[in-house]
Structure formats: C-alpha cells, structure tokens
Design a protein around this ligand. Structure first.
Ligand code: HEC
Ligand code: HEC
Ligand code: HEC
Length: 275
C-alpha cells in the first residue's frame, strides 16, 4: 500500500513538473518575441520592414533569406551583443537567454525559396572577375575554384558574409543584400562538379593501372610521406601530385593531359577504393 502511495505521488510530481515545463516553453513563443522585439525593423515575415530599410548607416537585414543558414552560436552572439555602430542594438537587456534561444529557433525555421536566375546574374556581376564565369577561378588572382569547393551551403554563405582575412576575398555583407547572398550561394552550390567514381575507375584502368595496380598501392613521396597515404591528402593536393611536377616525369605526359574533371573522377574512385 505504501509502495503504491509513493508510486502515485512520484508519478503525480513528475506529471506536474512536465506540465510546468510545457507551460514555460509555451510562454517562450519565439514568434511572439520576434513580432514584438524584432519585426519593427526586420519585418513581420523577416524580410525587412519599410522602417528597417531606411535605417542608417546600414539597413536591417533580411533574416528569412539567411538566418536558417547561419550558425546558431553566431546568431546568439549577434542578438545578445548587437552589431556595433548599427541600429542592431544588444538585446541582452530586454531578452533573457531562453528568450533569445526561442527567437533563434523561430528565425531558423524560416523557409526561403532561392531565385537562381537572380543568383546567376549577381554572381556574374560581382564574383566572376576573380572566380571566372564558370566558377573555376582560372583568373590568376588566387581565388578558389568554386566548382571543386568542399564547402556546404552554410560555408559558402559564411565565406560571403565574412570574407577571408588577408585575401582578396573580402566580406560581401554590405555590398550585397541577404537575398542576393542566399541566391548567389545557391547558384554557386549548383555549379559544383559531381565526381563520377565509376568513370574514375575506367580512367584509372586506362591511365594509372600499368604502374599502380590499385590506388592503395600508391606511395606518397617527400615530407608528406611520413605515415600518410593518398587518403590523407585533400583533393587539391592529390590533383597537384598527379598532374604536376615530378609525377609527369615518372608517369608520362599523358597524366598532365588529363582534364581537371577527369582527375576529380579518378580521385573519387581512389577514395572509394581505399575504404
Ligand atoms: C531598431 C531596429 C532593429 C531591431 C529592433 C532588431 N534589429 Fe536586427 N538588425 C538591425 C540592423 C540595422 C541590422 C544590420 C546591421 C549591419 O548591417 O551590420 C540587423 C542585423 C541583424 C542580424 C544579422 C543579419 C545578417 O545578415 O548579418 C540578426 C541575426 C538580427 N539582426 C536579429 C535580430 C533579432 C532576432 C531581433 C529581435 C530580437 C532584432 N534583430 C531586432 C536592426 C534591428
Ligand atoms: C577580388 C577577388 C574576389 C572576388 C570579387 C570574389 N572572391 Fe571569392 N575568393 C577570392 C579569393 C582570393 C579566395 C581564396 C581565399 C583563401 O585563400 O581562402 C576566395 C574564396 C572564396 C570562397 C571559398 C571557397 C572554398 O572552397 O574555400 C567562396 C565560397 C567564394 N570565394 C565565393 C565568392 C562569391 C560568391 C563571390 C561574389 C559574391 C566572390 N567570392 C567574389 C577572391 C574573390
Ligand atoms: C608510367 C608509370 C606511372 C603511371 C602510368 C602513373 N604513375 Fe603515379 N607514380 C609513378 C611513380 C614511379 C611514382 C613515384 C612513387 C612510387 O614509386 O610509387 C608515382 C607516384 C604517384 C603518386 C604520389 C605522388 C607524390 O607526389 O607523392 C600519386 C598520387 C600517383 N602516382 C597517382 C597516379 C595516378 C592517379 C595515375 C593515373 C592518372 C598515375 N599515378 C599514373 C608512376 C606512374
């Protein structure tokens, strides 16, 4: 009887606690917080209000296009501490950490349908001088080949927002709207070369097998060689070691004549084979 009493009491308490938690998170409705604390500048739907467009020195930004692609910790930092010198004031005085998290949940749930035609047009206006019209960066300024980039969509957006310190890749945050950033990033992501390992296997048989029976037999030379196999080299380093330098003397001019895409296919095959 006592057992049953204690069991009933404990179950009752747990029930009570879960109800309280449910009530607490219901109260923290991110949408409500957004509409009362953010919408005046960022717009009810997150695409910037008319007042937000007129702000100086910089207008409010479209959160619908970009917030779902921005790291949660970064959003928390921006919302908590604001952006100095802009109308984006620190929110830590009006919102507690749980409220800030609730509003982040809400802005990260926005959906945005990218406009790829706009992305292409803006890419051609702003990026091709360095990255080339095809994104392959054969322009001689040290820009990265976007077709072979390994960045995901979030990474592309991050690079556009912040740039790369000490390189020609500067932040595009005040040059481009968030809509343009999202559209360009999706367009750039769509340029990505999709390596074909099956084709790579055929190319390997034709061009490599006579000297390296299997990819796992290939040894790396030089300082990089210590305890490493080709699986430890990234695609770019591997490409350099296949199509350039001393390997051409050893393997013949045929390897130098392989296209960049062929080598991507071969690399995709070697990665499959070495696992
Ligand atoms: C008084 C106007 C105003 C209010 C209110 C406001 N913001 Fe902002 N917000 C801005 C401005 C202006 C910027 C752009 C600053 C810049 O260009 O560096 C901005 C930028 C941001 C950014 C960075 C966007 C990007 O693309 O880098 C985030 C995230 C953000 N706000 C979230 C919020 C949230 C969440 C709230 C409500 C809790 C809020 N803001 C309330 C004006 C406002
Ligand atoms: C003035 C030249 C220049 C312009 C214009 C430029 N970039 Fe870049 N970009 C670079 C350089 C240089 C790098 C390599 C930075 C490094 O060494 O990390 C780079 C790197 C990148 C990367 C990182 C790729 C990776 O795999 O690491 C992305 C993504 C990128 N740029 C996108 C863009 C987009 C999109 C635009 C147009 C909105 C643009 N860039 C405009 C010069 C430029
Ligand atoms: C005619 C012979 C020959 C052919 C064909 C050949 N290789 Fe090689 N390769 C060599 C020799 C010799 C080395 C030196 C290292 C060794 O002895 O394994 C080497 C080294 C390498 C290395 C390591 C390079 C470094 O810098 O450490 C890679 C990667 C490689 N080959 C890939 C390939 C691929 C991929 C192909 C086909 C596209 C290919 N090789 C075709 C002879 C050849």
């Amino acid at each position: 009887m006592t057992m049953r009493y204690w069991f009933g009491l404990t179950a009752g308490l747990i029930g009570l606690m879960t109800t309280n938690i449910a009530i607490a998170s219901d109260m923290l409705d991110g949408k409500d917080i957004f509409e009362s604390s953010c919408a005046v500048c960022h717009g009810m739907d997150g695409t910037v209000s008319d007042a937000g467009k007129r702000l100086e020195p910089f207008p409010a930004r479209n959160l619908r296009a970009v917030a779902p692609m921005v790291d949660r910790d970064e959003l928390r930092r921006i919302i908590t501490y604001g952006i100095e010198g802009t109308a984006m004031r620190p929110k830590k005085y009006e919102l507690d950490p749980l409220e800030i998290d609730a509003v982040i949940d809400y802005i990260q749930s926005f959906d945005y349908e990218p406009d790829l035609a706009n992305g292409k047009m803006r890419f051609e206006a702003v990026c091709v001088s360095c990255h080339g019209k095809d994104g392959r960066a054969q322009t001689g300024v040290g820009a990265k080949n976007l077709v072979f980039s390994k960045l995901n969509l979030e990474g592309i957006i991050h690079t556009m927002r912040y740039g790369r310190a000490g390189t020609l890749m500067t932040s595009k945050r005040h040059q481009l709207s968030n809509k343009d950033i999202a559209d360009i990033a999706n367009y750039v992501y769509g340029l990505r070369y999709k390596a074909d390992a099956a084709k790579g296997q055929r190319l390997y048989a034709k061009n490599c097998k006579s000297c390296h029976n299997t990819p796992s037999e290939i040894k790396i030379r030089g300082n990089a060689a210590i305890n490493r196999t080709i699986a430890d080299l990234d695609d770019h380093m591997l490409d350099l070691r296949i199509r350039h330098g001393r390997h051409i003397d050893r393997a013949g001019k045929k390897v130098a004549a392989l296209s960049a895409d062929d080598v991507q296919d071969i690399i995709a095959y070697t990665r499959e084979d070495s696992h």
